[in-house]
Design a protein around this ligand. Structure first.
Ligand SMILES: Nc1ncnc2c1ncn2[C@@H]1O[C@H](COP(=O)(O)OP(=O)(O)OP(=O)(O)O)[C@@H](O)[C@H]1O
Ligand SMILES: [Mg+2]
Length: 460
């Protein structure tokens, strides 16, 4: 661009000069044409010498063969000049032509490559030629040689300025591309590295959030995605390790008991029966854990189908109270039902039953002897609100946020003693969500706990 721009400016500089030279030379050619045709050498000589002085240059008259017939400097008589400006007139039939040459070398000036033109200290001259036409024939050529040193100086200056502009633009372009690479390419590169790390299983990969606009949103989206994946990965690992631990404990207990049976064949019959009973209950425990795990995995795979039917929640609460009554009686506990509405619902019977049973079973299980378990059912707008409250030990504040986590138990040793695996509430939670409802807990340590389930009675 800088080159073609300087070419244009260069051309413009010369054009002024060419125009004036060309007009004067054409006028002169027209004037000398009849003199040349008549071979009036004296008049011709006078005319040309006078014109040379007027135009401030050297005038040469050439014949049809390009031979010098007259030179206002009187030096080149008889020489044949092969300048392109001359041949363009004699051979190609142009009327006028112009070119700039270095005097010593004859090299011509090329304005199309001005920026990178080689400089010389030599003198530069302009050759302006015009054909001398007589009776439609070119009978000779007039050549005006004029000094253009001043113009060349201007041109050199122009070259310097253009070169400077060129360098400045090149540096700016470089800077721009650097900035662009910082702003666009680098963040994309960072994101790519993050994605590669993540594809290798490293979910701790995060990218720096910089700048504004789309790139910033992309980086934020990536970070929140990797954060979620990391949490998911951690909870999956936690789940697997908890599950293995839960399965290992009954297996270890059973192994010890079975080994005792094997290595003590003369064991007391009563003790043997007790061991067998213990092994049997460990097997029950194992199969309960496995079936809970299966329920959870099935719900995770998100293809659980709800087999809905018309049910009354009040009726289901009554049935579960009936089931739990013997245990409550054993502990001297009271189960109080306040069912103000039947709360008819279209839901999955066995799953809803699991929700009610687990909550009521927990209340009975964790409340001390002679305690109280209250179950209330109300209809609030389009929702059923089921509350299971006990006056047991309650749940400490710091444990509340984790109460619905898998395998989470407040008092690990005690609740295992009671046969719990810590899966009950997480299953309840999932089942309530599946029915489009909500579950939350309100409790204070030492003051009992309330589990509240809100279920929409009409779907859709
Ligand atoms: N009503 C309650 N009062 C006090 N603590 C409770 C109550 N309900 C649940 N918890 C605490 O929450 C933990 C988690 O309960 P969850 O029902 O998930 O497991 P679990 O009863 O131990 O085992 P599972 O129900 O699988 O047999 C329990 O271990 C217990 O510590
Ligand atoms: Mg439970």
């Amino acid at each position: 661009m800088a080159n073609s721009l300087s070419g244009m400016v260069g051309d413009y500089l010369f054009e002024q000069r060419i125009r004036s030279d060309r007009v004067s030379l054409e006028t002169l050619a027209a004037r000398v044409a009849p003199l040349m045709a008549e071979s009036d050498a004296v008049a011709l000589h006078d005319q040309l010498l006078a014109a040379g002085g007027e135009l401030g240059g050297r005038i040469l008259l050439l014949d049809q063969n390009g031979k010098v017939q007259l030179d206002s400097y009187g030096e080149l008589y008889g020489n044949r000049l092969q300048y392109p400006e001359v041949t363009n007139i004699l051979v190609k039939g142009q009327n006028v032509d112009y070119g700039v040459h270095e005097l010593d070398t004859g090299a011509s000036l090329d304005t199309s490559n001005l920026l990178f033109m080689r400089r010389s200290n030599g003198a530069w001259v302009g050759y302006c030629t015009a054909g001398i036409v007589h009776a439609s024939d070119i009978i000779g050529v007039l050549l005006l040689v004029s000094p253009v040193q001043e113009m060349m100086q201007n041109l050199y200056q122009l070259q310097d300025q253009m070169m400077l502009i060129f360098v400045v633009i090149a540096v700016l372009a470089l800077l721009c591309s650097l900035v662009f690479s910082q702003v666009i390419t680098n963040p994309i590169g960072g994101l790519m590295r993050g994605i590669q790390r993540m594809s290798k299983g490293d979910f701790s990969a995060r990218v720096r959030v910089r700048g504004s606009g789309e790139m910033k949103h992309l980086a934020q989206a990536f970070n929140s995605m990797s954060e979620k994946l990391e949490t998911l990965d951690q909870s999956r690992n936690q789940f697997v390790s908890n599950a293995s631990h839960e399965l290992k404990t009954p297996l270890a207990t059973m192994k010890i008991m079975i080994e005792s049976l094997i290595y003590q064949p003369d064991m007391d019959k009563e003790l043997r029966t007790e061991f067998m009973g213990d092994i049997n209950s460990e097997i029950d425990r194992l199969s309960a854990i496995v079936s809970d795990l299966l329920t959870l995995v099935q719900m995770d795979s998100q293809n659980v189908k709800l087999t809905r039917e018309n049910l009354s929640i009040a009726q289901m609460v009554k049935e579960n109270a009936h089931r739990l009554q013997p245990i409550a009686d054993q502990k001297g506990q009271e189960i109080i039902l306040t069912l103000s509405d039947p709360c008819d619902i279209y839901a999955d019977k066995s799953k809803l039953n699991q929700v009610i049973y687990n909550l009521m079973e927990n209340a009975v299980k964790y409340t001390q002897a002679n305690g109280q378990v209250k179950v209330t059912l109300q209809r609030i707008g389009r929702d059923a609100k089921l509350t299971v409250t006990d006056n047991g030990p309650g749940i400490p504040k710091e444990n509340l946020p984790h109460i619905f986590d898998r395998f989470y138990r407040v008092d690990k040793a005690r609740s295992r003693e009671k046969g719990g695996t810590g899966l009950g509430l997480s299953i309840v939670h999932q089942l309530v969500l599946l029915h489009g409802g909500e579950i939350y807990v309100e409790s204070e340590e030492g003051k009992g706990a309330s589990f509240i389930v809100e279920l929409p009675l009409h779907q859709g």
